[in-house]
Design a binder for this molecule. Structure first.
Ligand SMILES: [Cu+2]
Length: 190
């Protein structure tokens, strides 16, 4: 009897400390300057790269993702997260879900580790649909490693040619490689 009581208290204490982090995201293309040349990037709520998700271990993340693209499907993959108990939230078009059609919204809900996220439909990651997903140690817990500070840095290839012509070249026979990226983006932001 006593043991069960302790278990119940432990479960209640755990659920009380875990928060739900809820986001409403709209994805569309916009003109931007990822390097010195104007190009077309994918933006989340007008922001490139997408907003950073900050959470504590054990929190639940809920993202209501709305496709504001005119003619493309959309999904987001939460890269590296194992999605134990929430396989439908993995965000692989044609594998764990159908792509979100223009004008529609899909809700992702999961409890993650620390990673990043990116578009997982067609060439959308290459077009700039990605951002950081940072999970800090839960309240009262310490991270296993000691360090002086934290620096959020995203690295990405960037081509001046459009992702559509990249895609056309990659699927052409014989394949036409568009060549190395013009730029490696070092995106430092919070
Ligand atoms: Cu991925």
């Amino acid at each position: 009897m006593g043991v069960w009581w302790i278990v119940v208290v432990a479960i209640l204490a755990h659920t009380a400390s875990a928060a739900v982090r809820e986001y409403h995201w709209e994805v569309e293309y916009k003109f931007g300057f990822p390097d010195c040349k104007e190009g077309m990037v994918m933006a989340v709520n007008g922001q490139f790269p997408g907003p950073t998700i900050h959470a504590l271990a054990g929190d639940t993340i809920v993202v209501h993702l709305t496709n504001k693209l005119a003619t493309e499907g959309l999904v987001i993959h939460w890269h590296g997260i194992r999605q134990l108990g929430s396989p439908w939230a993995d965000g692989a078009a044609g594998v764990t879900q159908c792509a979100i059609t223009p004008g529609e919204t899909f809700t992702y809900k999961f409890t993650p580790g620390t990673h990043f996220y990116h578009g997982h439909y067609g060439m959308q990651r290459s077009a700039g649909l990605y951002g950081s997903l940072i999970i800090d140690a839960a309240k009262g817990k310490r991270e296993p490693l000691r360090y002086d500070g934290e620096f959020n840095l995203l690295l990405s290839d960037w081509w001046h040619e459009s992702v559509l012509s990249q895609e056309l070249g990659l699927s052409a026979k014989p394949m036409r490689w568009i060549g190395e990226a013009q730029v490696t983006l070092f995106l430092h932001y919070y």
